[in-house]
Structures are given as structure tokens and as C-alpha cells.
Design a protein around this ligand. Structure first.
Ligand SMILES: CSCCC(=O)C(=O)COP(=O)(O)O
Ligand SMILES: [Mg+2]
Length: 221
């Protein structure tokens, strides 16, 4: 049995539409008001500065929002976008607008692994703040206690680079780690860092028919 299981979210634990439709549609109209109402929050100010730097935009909130919407339409997992989305979703879960849903196999399997002594962590492009709110408000209740660690592109790095997985191993204090993801490029990066890998090829999902070789592949956890 592996010491650690690290899990991707979108396409692995939850349907891609949960993120790209439900969560993105919730964030889209709220980005502008959030930026204006939280301009003095250092996290928001830093995210806005990064959006300006990456896009070259010098105008007001409307121009920033146009950039953010463009990134969302292209599903570009750009870190400042994920930071702003995470703050909006955190509020959405707290006030009861949002409830996280999983594929049917997910919660029973996570509970079994946890009971069997396997340590669980998450590595997602979604910000840690968004992840924690997500697992705290699910159709199966508060699942935060199942996870020892949360990683994102801020505290670990890009998901398609081996260095990010080395950084996570250093925090976990172990290289006995198995990574579950629906994206082959993420599995290649994890394998390059010495992790065990499992491709999650769920029928009907964007990567359901992808070539996962040489990784072990399952259709459900
Ligand atoms: C509240 S978690 C939202 C997850 C998210 O924003 C996302 O982009 C998922 O990407 P992943 O790396 O988990 O495929
Ligand atoms: Mg994914």
C-alpha cells in the first residue's frame, strides 16, 4: 500500500462540468465586483498586479475582467485567476450558494483509504482557499478531515512540471506517493519525480479517451 495518495480534482474527483460550468459561471459575474470591493486586500491587489503583468492591461476593472473571462473561456489555469476564483467560491460555499459534488465512487473510496491509514492530499490548479472551501461543503458533508495537505500552483508549482512534485514530496517527507489525475501530462511530470501514477479515464470526460500509457489506468477510483 502506498503511504500517500495525492489527488487531482477536476475530471478525477468531480465532473469537469462541475468546475467549468457550475463554478466558472458562479465566478464570472462576481470577478469585477470582487476586485473593486476588495481592492485593499493584499491577496487581491497582488492577483490584480499579476493579471496586469501577464496581460499588459493598464485600464480599469472592465479590462481586467475581460482578460479573466478570456482565460476562463480558454480554461487557462493562470494563478491570479485561480486566486480570485478561489476567494469568490470560498464566499459562495460559506453562504450556501455552492455545494461540491463528486463522482459516486469518490467519497466511499476516500473514506476507505483514510480508514486504512493511507494519507491523502490534493494537488489542483484550484487555489488552496478554494479547495478547502470545496471539501468543506459537499453533498456528503464536511470532508476536510480526510486530507492532510492541499497543494496548488502557488505552494507547489505548475502541474505539468516534475519540480512541483519534488516540492510536494519534500513537504510530505516521502516519495512513496501515488498521484491520481485525468491529465496524462500531469502524470508524466509526477512519474518523472519518482511518483507512482494512476490515470483516471472517466467515460464522457474530456480525457476519457486519452492515451494514458505508460501509466496504470482506471475508469473510477
Ligand atoms: C474549488 S476547486 C476548483 C478546481 C479548479 O479551479 C480547477 O481548475 C481544477 O483543476 P484541476 O487541476 O483539479 O484539474
Ligand atoms: Mg484534472
Amino acid at each position: 500500500m502506498t503511504e500517500w495518495v495525492v489527488l487531482d480534482i477536476e475530471g478525477t474527483l468531480s465532473a469537469t462540468d462541475q468546475v467549468l460550468v457550475v463554478l466558472y459561471d458562479y465566478a464570472r459575474p462576481r470577478l469585477g465586483p470582487w476586485i473593486d470591493e476588495h481592492a485593499s486586500d493584499p491577496v487581491v491587489a497582488e492577483a490584480v498586479a499579476q493579471v496586469r503583468e501577464l496581460s499588459g492591461v493598464t485600464g480599469g476593472t472592465d479590462e481586467l475582467v475581460a482578460v479573466l473571462h478570456g482565460w476562463m473561456d480558454a480554461d487557462r489555469k493562470v494563478t491570479p485567476l485561480k486566486t480570485l476564483q478561489g476567494l469568490i467560491w470560498q464566499r459562495g460555499y460559506a453562504v450556501g450558494d455552492l455545494v461540491a459534488e463528486f463522482f459516486p465512487d469518490v467519497v466511499p473510496t476516500l473514506r476507505k483509504w483514510h480508514e486504512d491509514g493511507v494519507k491523502l492530499a490534493v494537488f489542483s490548479s484550484g487555489s488552496v482557499a478554494g479547495q478547502v472551501a470545496f471539501f468543506g461543503h459537499t453533498t456528503d458533508g464536511d470532508l476536510r478531515g480526510l486530507f492532510e495537505h492541499h497543494f496548488d500552483t502557488v505552494n507547489a508549482g505548475p502541474k505539468r512540471e516534475a519540480d512541483s512534485y519534488h516540492a510536494i514530496s519534500a513537504v510530505l517527507g516521502s516519495s512513496d506517493v501515488t498521484f491520481y489525475s485525468d491529465v496524462p501530462a500531469e502524470l508524466h511530470a509526477a512519474a518523472a519525480a519518482g511518483w507512482q501514477t494512476v490515470g483516471v479515464a472517466r467515460p464522457g470526460e474530456p480525457y476519457g479517451e486519452a492515451d494514458f500509457s505508460p501509466h496504470r489506468t482506471v475508469a473510477a477510483l
